[in-house]
Design a protein around this ligand. Structure first.
Ligand SMILES: [Zn+2]
Length: 616
């Protein structure tokens, strides 16, 4: 049987626009251009007023009026721009070489950037003005949906520099940190790997060589890993320069911003993730105390793969041969949808009906084609507030998981569809709550329905992988990065020191479960080299354990769970993670027990796998 027998449906976006040449698209595009023009004209006023920001008060009635008009206009423009942008990127996902869509995407990006630029002064006024002025603004309906984000912005007030300094920093970043990030992208996209397989040496790019990690053939996994390692070992000086520069730049920036109040290198990432430092410290401490859960998962994998100790090249190995039959089992799209629908309906009938809505309206793209871009995502149209799910559905068990995951995201969007858009922008820490919840619900049902032992083992194999990824791998990255900032505050680090630090962090997480540590991980992992964000790691572990914590409440709360769950999702864009948890789950994220309970669920899955393998 070929993939097309299993493939999913084509999505239907003509309810938004029939195509790029349609009168509706042109009308919205013209409207956006006009609005952006008008907004630009108005923005001059706020540039001028910024000079006397400290003296503003509620008596500046005209300025409050103008600010409300500006806010209303930009929100309207944003909705139109986002709608057009989503339509264009949906077209490009299905056909990456759509020339007209590519041009349009570039034009739209430029318009949206100038929209954001026009808003900079007003944003700064709302961050820096005395409370009485901001209070007067917040009484206006145009500002209401922005209340939470303004409040969050104002927490950052002690760390703001003067306007000219802020502008200079933004301008200099282009040839500073952004350029270092670009250097990494250029190196990694041009790096060639020599994969030594029995009887032949294959030359390939990094992505393909890294793909060997998923091979069922161990020799191929090792060859892929060594090839990637050798390729990166030639780039150590470059990567060390990038990491030293990015961390050094950030530390300098934090020092300049922290003259009134000390600014720690974790403060900015934590602020963006809307959690506080003690929550992170509590979670990480519980994770470290429970390292045995992830390590046990790895020992089980080693036993199943009949290997004494796994190497870093074995972490993504598929389940062993005995389970292969189950792994090859395929599920048609309709059966998968039925499975997800009934699993969702078990939580609540309305959640099941949501899946019907997605199918009936053809909001899921699941076809298989060479022109499609790889990957899966969930998006939404800002005007109709309807979600879309994008993937290539080929019928594998992994595809079923992806479908459940993305439908979870779509459900999150769906329950927020009546909220003002600015109240729906949730942080990375809370972004995966609905998706991981959905995946867990569906995999539970799959496990119960599985007919054979090997099918059950196959489902649990994925859970062993999650235990390793979120409880060992991500913490190792976090410890590495934390220590890097501490050391970098004193001096720059050499490539050997980076490797030592990485090995030490891996050892701290993995203990004795691996035959060697991935010491060049500081070169090969993109996340350490991104100019826009630091600590692109702990939110993953947070999201995973938080979603499991939410899931644990399902049995505990019984019939009341569903409405609490929906209300929790609705608040993810307008509260801190701690507030969301306190209000809707009645739990304190600063209490180790919450994290301990989530890890206990992972431990049960690991133990359940052990039940199949037998022995201690
Ligand atoms: Zn996701």
């Amino acid at each position: 049987m070929n993939d097309s027998q299993f493939e999913g449906p084509r999505w239907e976006n003509s309810s938004e626009y029939s195509d790029l040449n349609s009168p509706e698209f042109s009308a919205d595009f013209d409207l956006l251009k006009k609005k952006v023009e008008r907004i630009k004209e108005h923005s001059g006023l706020f540039d001028d007023e910024l000079e006397r920001v400290k003296h503003l008060s509620e008596f500046d009635i005209e300025l409050v009026e103008a600010a409300a008009r500006m806010r209303g206009l930009t929100d309207e423009a944003f909705v139109v721009g986002a709608n057009l942008g989503t339509f264009v990127s949906c077209l490009l996902s299905v056909n990456g070489s759509h020339a007209q869509a590519r041009n349009m995407q570039a034009v739209l990006r430029q318009l949206m950037t100038s929209l954001e630029e026009s808003l900079t002064s007003l944003d700064l006024i709302l961050t820096q003005a005395p409370q009485s002025f901001v209070g007067a603004c917040l009484k206006r309906s145009e500002f209401k949906p922005h209340e939470f984000s303004i409040e969050k912005q104002r927490e950052w007030l002690p760390f703001l520099l003067s306007l000219s300094e802020e502008r200079m920093l933004t301008r200099f970043s282009v040839n500073g940190p952004d350029a270092w990030g670009t250097l990494y992208d250029n190196v990694s996209s041009s790096l060639q790997c020599l994969v030594e397989l029995p009887g032949e040496i294959k030359k390939m790019g990094l992505a393909r060589a890294a793909g060997c990690a998923q091979s069922g053939d161990r020799a191929e996994r090792i060859a892929g890993y060594r090839a990637v390692e050798n390729a990166w070992s030639t780039q150590q000086e470059t990567c060390a320069s990038i990491l030293n520069a990015l961390a050094g730049w950030r530390l300098d920036e934090y020092k300049s911003r922290g003259t009134k109040k000390n600014l720690h290198f974790l403060d900015r990432p934590l602020h963006g993730c809307r959690i506080n430092r003690s929550t992170l410290e509590t979670m990480m401490a519980v994770v470290e105390e429970n390292a045995s859960v992830g390590r046990d998962a790895l020992s089980l994998k080693a036993r199943e793969l009949k290997i004494d100790a796994l190497g870093p090249w074995d972490l993504f190995a598929p389940p062993p041969q005995e389970n292969a039959e189950a792994a090859e089992e395929k599920m048609s799209f309709n059966d998968a949808i039925e499975l997800v629908r009934s699993a969702f309906a078990d939580v609540d009938p309305q959640m099941g009906e949501f899946v019907d809505v997605m199918v009936k309206n053809r909001w899921i793209e699941g076809t298989v084609s060479d022109t499609k871009r790889p990957g899966a995502y969930c998006t939404r149209f800002a005007k109709s507030r309807t979600p879309r799910v994008y993937m290539s559905y080929k019928g594998t068990m992994e595809d079923v998981g992806t479908l459940a995951h993305e439908l979870g995201h779509a459900f999150h969007n769906w329950v927020m569809r009546d909220l003002p858009l600015p109240e729906t922008w949730y942080p990375m820490t809370l972004a995966e709550t609905a998706s991981i919840f959905a995946e867990t619900v569906v995999s539970d049902v799959m496990f119960k329905r599985a007919q054979t032992q090997s099918a059950k083992r196959n489902i649990l194999w994925g859970e062993l992988g999650s235990a390793e990824a979120f409880l060992l791998n991500i913490p190792a990255r976090f410890w590495f990065e934390s220590e890097l900032y501490e050391k970098r505050a004193e001096r720059t680090l050499s490539p050997d020191e980076f490797s030592e630090l990485m090995s030490k962090s891996w050892k701290r997480a993995y203990g004795n479960t691996l035959s060697e540590m991935n010491k060049l991980f500081w070169c090969s992992k993109l996340h350490f080299h991104m100019s826009g964000t630091s600590f692109y790691n702990f939110p993953y572990t947070f999201g995973y354990l938080f979603a499991l914590g939410v899931y644990a409440q399902r049995d505990r709360q019984g019939p009341e769970f569903y409405s609490n769950y929906v209300n929790l999702l609705r608040d993810t864009g307008r509260m801190s993670a701690e507030e969301v948890a306190r209000k809707h789950l009645g739990v304190d994220l600063g209490n180790p027990q919450f994290w301990q309970d989530s890890i206990l669920m992972v431990k049960k899955q690991v133990e359940s796998y052990r039940g199949f393998v037998g022995g201690a």
